[in-house]
Design a binder for this molecule. Structure first.
Ligand SMILES: [Zn+2]
Length: 325
């Protein structure tokens, strides 16, 4: 039997540590006690190891799966929503998700792999198919088992848990378009998913199908989160901490510095997003995953700079380049 990894972070709030076969190697999901049942926040991936850790944690708390009457996910990513299908079946719980995330979860199975034309346009060298990343549909086939949500959630929604407790939905687009944080009241406990991680910065990127200005959204979401009152922050990766405002300011600063670094790189000559990414991120050009992630994250910065009027974008022979104004 898997070793149970669970910790009570507040009265009736349990943190479960579920293993991931990728980095980061652990996702924290949370169980919140209500009057009649428990609410599960995020699900982990759909793997045997994660399911075993989940069941062991329920045993340790003394819960049966059917004691969970609601599953709310912060966003559709595989480590947050990947096991929602089987857990919905196991618990008969109502599954709640933001509609933009529901859309992406439904599209994951048919998602395309690398899109060579789009990559070439942003300066990424074209590689033969065998060196490309496997298509998400193939990879997700095993570890991603998303439920069709029973209910969609929106900014400002209040989800009553009974016993005087409720979860307030705080829409925080950026890492994904429909990412939501959840504020447990009256406890003042803020579940932040990937929005406000204590040690790492979540990925924010532009892909062939958008979004248009995810970094602008992400920074605005960090202004928004600072207006909330919370005494404890429960992230999906890393330890529970206090002072969400301080961390939000740090993340804003981090991206401002990164934007300045990129601006300096394109003062003298126009560069593609890929060329800027090679310099701004310590990536290996042979690591296709890093190349994709860094290029799309660089684009998010360059596009925000362009919208602010600080850089211009030109397209020559189907290749897009950016230069400081
Ligand atoms: Zn994520």
């Amino acid at each position: 039997m898997a070793e149970a990894k669970v910790r009570e972070v507040a009265d009736g709030v349990a943190e479960l540590f579920l293993p991931l076969p990728i980095r980061p190697t652990i996702v924290n999901v949370y169980l919140v006690r209500g009057a009649e049942g428990w609410t599960l926040i995020d699900t982990g991936m759909h793997t045997g190891d994660s399911a075993a850790a989940f069941r062991a944690a329920l045993d340790e708390i003394g819960l049966a799966p059917t004691d969970i009457d609601r599953i709310v996910s912060t966003h559709h990513h595989v480590d947050h929503y990947g096991a929602s299908g089987p857990y919905r079946q196991l618990s008969q719980a109502e599954v709640c998700l933001h509609p933009l995330e529901a859309e992406r979860a439904a599209a994951a199975r048919t998602a395309l792999g690398e899109q060579p034309e789009w990559l070439r346009r942003h300066g990424v060298p074209v590689v033969p198919p065998e060196e490309q990343m496997p298509s998400p549909a193939r990879w997700f086939g095993t570890v991603y088992s998303p439920a069709i949500p029973d209910r969609t959630i929106a900014d400002g929604d209040e989800i009553p848990l009974g016993g005087g407790r409720m979860l307030e939905v705080v829409w925080t687009p950026g890492h994904t378009s429909g990412h939501c944080c959840l504020l447990l009241q009256p406890d003042g406990i803020l579940f932040v998913g990937d929005h406000l991680l204590p040690k790492i910065t979540p990925h924010v990127g532009i892909y062939p199908n958008g979004p248009e200005n995810p970094l602008g959204d992400f920074l605005a979401s960090h202004e928004k989160i600072q207006r909330l009152d919370a005494r404890l922050v429960c992230p999906a990766h890393g330890g529970v901490y206090e002072d969400h405002r301080r961390r939000a300011r740090q993340l804003i600063d981090f991206h401002q510095v990164r934007m300045r670094t990129m601006l300096e790189l394109i003062i003298r000559r126009p560069l593609t997003a890929y060329e800027v990414a090679l310099d701004a991120f310590a990536i290996s050009p042979d690591n296709r995953f890093q190349v994709m992630a860094a290029t799309s994250e660089t684009l998010a910065h360059l596009e925000l700079l362009r919208l602010k009027g600080k850089v211009s974008r030109t397209e020559t022979d189907g290749v897009v380049r950016y230069q400081s104004r």
